[in-house]
Write a protein that binds this ligand. Sequence first.
Ligand SMILES: C[S@@+](CC[C@H](N)C(=O)[O-])C[C@H]1O[C@@H](n2cnc3c(N)ncnc32)[C@H](O)[C@@H]1O
Length: 231
Amino acid sequence: MDAEFWQQRWREGRIGFHHDAPMPLLVAHWPRLALPPDSRVLVPLCGKSLDMLWLAAQGHRVLGVELSPLAIAQFLEENRLTARTWDSPLGRHYLADRIELIQGDAFALDSNTLAGCTAIYDRAAIIALPPALRRHYAASVYARLPPGARGLMITLEYPQAEKDGPPFSVEEPEVRALLEPGWQVDVIERRDILASQTSFVEQGVTALDTAVYALWHEGAPHAAEAASRSG
Ligand SMILES: C[S@@+](CC[C@H](N)C(=O)[O-])C[C@H]1O[C@@H](n2cnc3c(N)ncnc32)[C@H](O)[C@@H]1O
């Protein structure tokens, strides 16, 4: 799953991971993080996800990072956004109101940029990465977010032997091994979605769950406290 793999997927329009509406699991569970509205939310491997628009509509500043220039062009065009652009060592930046996109490598973000993000939204990001890259991803992104950061991660779990990724199956013990002890990892939902995922069924997958995690970096007020603060 090198950069060329993803560039080719975008060139060929093989983007079955993209949804035409914000993810219901995001909408349902994001409020429990009780983030201040103007928090800067990192969306690594963002594609052209409409979840970024939903996060911006909550008052957040969004920082999406995406390798594919096509994904960024389509995001801006399809949502009728006009962006100011500039270049930096991280890549080309696009700023449209509260949404900033970097066309660049999420593994190459610098410490200053990560330190400015107090939240992370990980949907189809960690599960897009093969096993060997996930530890590198956790170390390059999660471990470098500031104390007090919070996040929502959405994963898939299925018998990996039945189908190749991406998307890969990333099960709870692996999420914990990658993030703990720096992050508190709370499973907030696990749901059987096999019946609705016909492409998995057609490929012979016999079980498929989606799992949602609330993530609390060291120093973050944990679930109950955050919820009581949000009223
Ligand atoms: C499975 S898609 C998910 C996109 C998005 N999160 C969504 O929910 O629709 C993974 C995306 O990550 C991008 N990508 C892969 N590796 C990347 C990297 N190292 N840095 C930035 N983007 C990357 C790909 O181009 C692709 O658009």
